[in-house]
Design a protein around this ligand. Structure first.
Ligand SMILES: CC(C)(COP(=O)(O)OP(=O)(O)OC[C@H]1O[C@@H](n2cnc3c(N)ncnc32)[C@H](O)[C@@H]1OP(=O)(O)O)[C@@H](O)C(=O)NCCC(=O)NCCS
Length: 175
């Protein structure tokens, strides 16, 4: 059943999120499609929040109520690439299929176009086998730009990736 969208929020990571963070960043089912090493301990979770999540250019934890259940990251380009940002996201297994990622991605899009005025395009690279992620992007209003054949390695496997994009002009009222 879909969650009440108003229960989902984004905020910066806190050190106190370590246990919740470990519960999804330590789960191979979540990290399988990410360039993340699956975390193995609370100490690794604390260090990753402190050294990676908090200093990140734009990474937010996805909360349901007060609970940290996922993340959304954006990597804005610089110089001649300042017009675009790459997006990544993940949600704890127990929350899959409830609309959490779609809601989080929609909120992130609105915020990032405001936070980085040079960014006009947000793009996502998604493995051809990652149907859930493709569906999230479609529900959030992204356009599939094309297929990038043998584009990058993910955990040792050479991948065909779909490239999706969302432009600042794709935001509609009440998005
Ligand atoms: C991708 C991911 C973030 C989706 O999170 P979520 O909160 O379950 O997403 P939502 O509930 O908003 O939407 C999921 C959609 O995918 C659909 N879906 C799930 N598995 C599917 C499959 N195997 N084939 C087709 N559609 C599928 C769901 O039915 C739903 O669509 P619907 O609302 O039309 O029914 C989550 O699965 C995850 O964390 N995966 C691991 C990390 C990851 O892949 N990140 C993205 C890297 S590009």
């Amino acid at each position: 059943m879909e969650i009440d969208p108003t229960a989902v929020s984004l905020r910066p990571f806190r050190i106190s999120d370590a246990d919740d963070f470990l519960s999804f960043a330590g789960d191979d089912r979540v990290t399988r499609f990410l360039r993340w090493k699956t975390l193995a301990s609370r100490e690794e979770a604390l260090a990753t929040i402190r050294d990676v999540c908090i200093p990140h250019p734009w990474r937010r934890t996805v909360c349901v109520g007060d609970r940290c259940v996922g993340f959304v990251s954006m990597w804005p380009g610089s110089g001649d690439d300042r017009c675009r940002a790459d997006i990544g996201y993940g949600v704890a297994r127990e929350w899959w299929g409830k609309g959490v990622a779609t809601r989080a991605v929609r909120m992130a899009l609105s915020q990032v176009f405001g936070d980085f005025p040079d960014v006009l395009r947000i793009q996502a690279f998604v493995g051809v086998d990652n149907k859930a992620s493709q569906r999230v992007l479609e529900k959030a209003g992204f356009t599939r730009d094309g297929l990038l054949r043998k584009y990058a390695y993910l955990k040792g496997d050479l991948q065909d990736l779909y490239l999706y994009s969302f432009l600042s002009t794709d935001i509609v009222p009440a998005y």
